[in-house]
Write a protein that binds this ligand. Structure first.
Ligand SMILES: Nc1nc2c(ncn2[C@@H]2O[C@H](COP(=O)(O)OP(=O)(O)OP(=O)(O)O)[C@@H](O)[C@H]2O)c(=O)[nH]1
Ligand SMILES: [Mg+2]
Length: 256
C-alpha cells in the first residue's frame, strides 16, 4: 500500500471535500484513467484504486490520473474494496461518505451528485445506483440481469428487504459503513452491504442511473457464464449466511 497521506495533487479544487471514491480494479488500463480523472474533475476529494494484481499497468495509469493506490494480492472484489477502505482508515481524516465505482467505465458518473446528495445531506445512509435499461449501450448480458432479479426476490423472501438492484455504483456514509463490519471477500460484497444496512435499520435510498456496458477491456464477471454462476452461488451463500447472522444477532438482543 502507498502512504495514506500521499494524495496526488491534480490541481482540482474539491466540490465534495468529504467524499472518497473506492474503485476495485483488475486489468482495467483501458478505462481506469478516464474514470479516475472524471471523479477528480467532478470534485471527489480522494480517489483510491484498489488493484488486485493487474498485469496491464492499471495502477500506474490510475496513479498518473490522480488516484491513490491500494494493493491487494489476494483475488476478490470484496477483498479489493476492503483494501481501499483500509487505506482510507489509515489516514488522519477519514471521509464522510464513500462512493464505490467500478473501474471499467460502466458507471454513469454524470449522476454522481444525485447519488451523493442524500448521503451528504444526512438523509440517507446508503444510496444505491439502480440501473435502468433506458440508457443501455452495448452488450449487457441477459443472464446477469435475470440472475440478479432472482437474488433480489430471494432477499425479499428471506430478509424482507425490498431492493431494485445490486449495482456496484453506490454511496455510503462512513459511520454506517463502519457499523456494517463488511467482510465478504468476493462477489457477495454488494448484496452483503445492502442486507447489513437493511438489518441495521439504515436509511436506504435508490437513485436511477442508466445501465451502461464497459468502455474498454474484457469482462471479469458477467461476460463469462461460468464466472457468473460462481458469482450467483456466492450470492446464494451470502443470502443464507446473513440470515443466520441476523437471527443470531436478534437472539442475543432478545436475551438482553
Ligand atoms: N480488485 C478486483 N476487482 C475486480 C475483480 N474482478 C473484477 N474486478 C473489478 O470489478 C469491476 C466489475 O467487474 P466487471 O468485469 O466489469 O464485471 P461486470 O460488470 O459484471 O461485467 P461487464 O459486463 O464486463 O461490465 C471492474 O472494475 C473490475 O476490474 C477482482 O477479483 N478483484
Ligand atoms: Mg462492469
Amino acid at each position: 500500500m502507498t502512504a495514506p497521506d500521499s494524495v496526488p495533487d491534480s490541481g482540482v479544487s474539491a466540490t465534495f471535500p468529504g467524499v472518497a471514491a473506492v474503485i476495485p480494479a483488475i486489468n482495467e488500463a483501458g478505462s481506469i484513467g478516464r474514470v479516475v480523472r472524471e471523479l477528480r474533475e467532478r470534485g471527489v476529494a480522494r480517489v483510491v484504486v484498489a488493484d488486485n494484481g493487474s498485469s496491464d499497468g492499471t495502477p500506474r495509469v490510475a496513479a498518473e490520473a490522480g488516484a491513490e493506490i491500494a494493493t491487494e494480492l489476494r483475488m476478490g472484489y470484496g477483498r479489493a474494496c476492503l483494501a481501499g477502505i483500509a487505506l482510507l482508515e489509515a489516514s488522519r481524516d477519514p471521509p464522510l461518505v464513500v462512493v464505490f465505482v467500478d473501474g471499467d467505465g460502466a458507471d454513469a458518473l454524470e449522476e454522481l451528485p444525485r447519488l451523493l446528495e442524500p448521503a451528504l445531506r444526512d438523509e440517507a445512509d446508503l444510496v444505491i445506483g439502480r440501473r435502468t435499461d433506458a440508457g443501455e449501450v452495448g452488450n449487457v448480458r441477459a443472464h446477469a440481469r435475470v440472475g440478479s432479479r432472482w437474488v433480489l426476490r430471494a432477499a425479499r423472501l428471506l430478509h424482507g428487504m425490498k431492493a431494485g438492484d445490486m449495482g456496484p455504483f453506490r454511496a455510503v456514509r462512513w459511520e454506517t459503513f463502519q457499523a456494517m463490519r463488511m467482510d465478504d471477500p468476493t462477489w457477495g460484497w454488494t448484496l452483503q452491504m445492502q442486507l447489513r444496512a437493511h438489518h441495521l435499520g439504515a436509511r436506504i435510498v435508490e437513485v436511477e442511473v442508466p445501465r451502461r456496458a464497459r468502455t474498454a477491456g474484457r469482462s471479469k464477471v458477467s461476460g463469462s457464464l461460468g464466472i457468473s454462476l460462481r458469482a450467483g452461488a456466492r450470492m446464494g451463500w451470502t443470502l443464507i449466511r446473513e440470515r443466520v447472522l441476523a437471527l443470531r444477532e436478534k437472539g442475543l438482543h432478545d436475551r438482553e
